[in-house]
Design a protein around this ligand. Sequence first.
Ligand SMILES: [Zn+2]
Length: 101
Amino acid sequence: MSMTTPIATESFTCAVSPDLASLSMTAANGACVTLTAETLRLFCKCAHCIRARFDERFPERFPGIAIVEVADLGYGLNICFSDGHNRGIYPKSYLASLTDH
Ligand SMILES: [Zn+2]
């Protein structure tokens, strides 16, 4: 994915899609990126998930996962998923980097 306009990570407006399957972030300059719930869940970097990856018991897929709640902490988002996982904090610069996946 290539973007012609660098996204201003400090000024995202975030919105969860009506089907809860993706998160859209719109920057003040109008640039918009969308991340699926599965991508976000896969790239969670909380201590729990980092440990699970280290132990090779982290799932490769999260079929049907949904975003149930998003809390904007200013510097990042705390996202709660339909599998009950709610520890992940996603700094906005990290979210921007995930759009390359
Ligand atoms: Zn996690």
